[in-house]
Design a protein around this ligand. Structure first.
Ligand SMILES: NC(=O)c1ccc[n+]([C@@H]2O[C@H](COP(=O)([O-])OP(=O)(O)OC[C@H]3O[C@@H](n4cnc5c(N)ncnc54)[C@H](OP(=O)(O)O)[C@@H]3O)[C@@H](O)[C@H]2O)c1
Length: 245
């Protein structure tokens, strides 16, 4: 089985690459940092599957198309996990247009570039699963995350929107909504992150979830279920709570 993991040079994506390789998958690992990907690929010698370093910048459409073409020249892609993401928490005083455009270029448009590159091959083979890594921060607006949270909210909407039509042509669209996971991305947070888990734990939960039938894989549930309740609150109460964060 062939899997393409985008955002595999660190954090959740790197842990996921090792988890899938340990179950015998052939993993194509993409991100911009070639050195980190090569180091990851070297680790796969002890695993039952292979990890191939496939550098790619998802803000560059040609780079995305070249990566997909390279994998498909060997075999059709069975599964893709689009985990690349950019997070820069800033408050109102530092907010500027470039912060939004650069966040959306990776988190939203980058994912769209990958999706559009993957769909023709998967439609042709009538087979394939594409997992989009969003975030619980896309459930509701949270302080200092206007760009990041809105990019992740857009991914939730995008996945919901594409799922029915894709299912009809044999392509299984899934949504992944992690809570806090220890990684270079969350190392930027200075606040205490409730129920934070290790990337290896996140990877195991993702593999299990994607093997199952549910559209959304969210974890850890002791955190995500509370957030799902939070979004049902009336705004007057919700905004009073988030003002305290
Ligand atoms: N950690 C959490 O608590 C958490 C919670 C909810 C959701 N998420 C989401 O989970 C995903 C993975 O996050 P993480 O925690 O594993 O963070 P991470 O360790 O910072 O990983 C982000 C990955 O994205 C890659 N990337 C960034 N820009 C890219 C680009 N232009 N082209 C290709 N790859 C690019 C990075 O590699 P290069 O820099 O080498 O390109 C890296 O491999 C993200 O989408 C994040 O939003 C994380």
């Amino acid at each position: 089985m062939i899997i393409w993991i985008v955002g595999a040079s660190s954090g959740i994506g790197a842990a996921l690459a090792k988890e899938y390789a340990s179950t015998g998958y052939t993993v194509y690992a993409s991100a911009r940092s070639e050195e980190k990907l090569q180091a990851l690929a070297a680790e796969s010698t002890t695993l039952s599957g292979d990890i191939h370093a496939l550098p790619c910048d998802i803000t560059d459409n040609d780079s995305v198309l070249a990566a997909v073409t390279q994998i498909e020249s060997n075999a059709p892609i069975d599964k893709a996990v689009l985990s690349a993401g950019f997070y820069d928490p800033i408050g109102l005083d530092d907010i500027h247009l470039e912060h939004f455009t650069s966040t959306y270029d990776v988190n939203l448009h980058g994912v769209v570039r990958c999706l559009l590159a993957l769909l023709p091959g998967m439609r042709q083979s009538n087979n394939g699963q594409i997992a989009i890594v969003s975030s619980v921060s896309g459930y509701t607006g949270l302080p200092r995350a206007a760009a990041y949270g809105s990019s992740k909210a857009a991914l939730i909407n995008l996945a919901e929107s594409l799922q029915p039509e894709c299912k009809a042509v044999g392509v299984d669209i899934r949504l992944i909504s992690p809570g806090f996971v220890k990684s270079p991305l969350t190392d930027k947070n200075s606040f205490k992150m409730p129920f934070i888990i290790e990337p290896e734990d996140a990877a195991r939960r993702i593999v299990r979830g994607l093997d199952g039938n549910g559209f959304e894989v969210h974890f850890p549930k002791r955190f995500t279920l509370w957030l799902k309740v939070l979004r049902l609150l009336p705004y007057a109460l919700y905004l009073r709570l988030t003002a305290k964060l």
